[in-house]
Design a binder for this molecule. Structure first.
Ligand SMILES: [Ca+2]
Ligand SMILES: [Ca+2]
Ligand SMILES: [Ca+2]
Length: 310
């Protein structure tokens, strides 16, 4: 388990995110321009080593091929990439190198029968920037009798949940982030040590012992200082505002709803990328009133590789 729920808060020294949150994607070249050069005789990468300070940083690699007719061309878009450790880095079709997690790995580009290697090291996981983590789904009005968190009992307010998804292209650190409702002066949940890869999700329930068994999703009961009288997430059915604050207190995400969602979730439309919320059952192919840890259709959230490929 890489996400212990109740770990004491740690400062995020050294993990501050740069101001620039743009996605510096290169455009893949046209593979067809290499069609008439015969056989690829040599392949090289430039640079051959990349060090990324954080998972929010990226670098550009160019693959150059030497062909049997004497031509030398940019073959970056033709690379089939493989990694000794797929948890450390990824490279998109434009040659942009991304850090997924702390560590070092060899990345290999293969074009035809030729291969070339590049060392990639990633030094730290970045803190989240506003917009990285989206509040994708909120369940305030729990259908009576439903065991939403999967712990075997109908826990009433324990079944309320907030579904958070890393909709960015960066691995981010949630340690010390907090979740709030609009009318209680203390955080409804404080995140322990943990990171979210692109497309990973975490669902915070009002309480109980959540057990959903969905890969790339961590389901937790709200962790706060309320003691035995815990109101959990305290999501008012008549309307509320949910806020996610970073470890330093800055607002990362916010969602406000009214009383128009009586016994089902509200969900972003479209999921991950939208700004408005709609009734969960109105999403085409919806599995029902709610879908903690998955899209409304029950399908998995897109993986890091799928997000990079978009
Ligand atoms: Ca339950
Ligand atoms: Ca409330
Ligand atoms: Ca969902």
């Amino acid at each position: 388990m890489r996400y212990p729920p109740l770990v004491a808060l740690l400062a995020l020294a050294g993990c501050a995110a740069p101001e620039d949150t743009a996605h510096p994607y290169g455009e893949p070249g046209d593979p067809n321009e290499n069609d008439n050069h015969g056989t690829l005789e040599a392949l090289s990468l430039d640079p051959t080593a990349v060090e990324l300070p954080t998972t929010r940083d990226s670098a550009l690699v160019v693959a150059t091929g030497s062909w049997s007719d004497g031509a030398t061309t940019d073959v970056t878009a033709m690379c089939a990439w493989s990694f000794v450790d797929y948890g450390v880095a990824a490279v998109d079709g434009g040659g942009v190198v991304y850090g997924l997690g702390v560590g070092a790995t060899m990345a290999t580009c293969q074009v035809e029968e030729q291969t070339a290697d590049m060392e990639v090291s990633v030094l730290a996981v970045a803190g989240p920037a506003p917009g990285d983590i989206v509040i994708n789904e909120i369940l305030a009005g729990v259908p009576e009798g439903d065991d939403v968190n999967g712990d075997g009992s109908d826990g009433g307010k324990q079944e309320q949940f907030v579904e958070l998804v890393n909709a960015s292209r960066f691995t981010v650190e949630l340690t010390g982030a907090t979740l709030w409702d609009s009318d209680i002066a203390t955080a409804r949940h404080t995140f322990g040590a943990g990171v979210l890869l692109p497309g990973d999700s975490t669902v915070i329930f009002g309480g109980g012992q959540p057990s959903l068994g969905v890969q790339r999703c961590v389901a937790l009961g709200a962790y706060n200082d309320d003691g035995d009288s815990s109101p959990g997430l305290a999501l008012d059915v008549g309307g509320d505002t949910v806020r996610l604050l970073g470890a330093e207190g800055g607002e990362l995400a916010v969602a406000t709803y009214d009383d128009s969602f009586p016994e089902e979730s509200l969900v972003l439309d479209p999921e991950l990328d939208g700004t408005d919320y709609i009734e969960h059952t109105t999403v085409p192919g919806s599995v029902g009133a709610y879908s903690p840890c998955t899209l409304a259709t029950g399908e998995a959230f897109p993986t890091a590789e799928e997000r990079l490929g978009e």
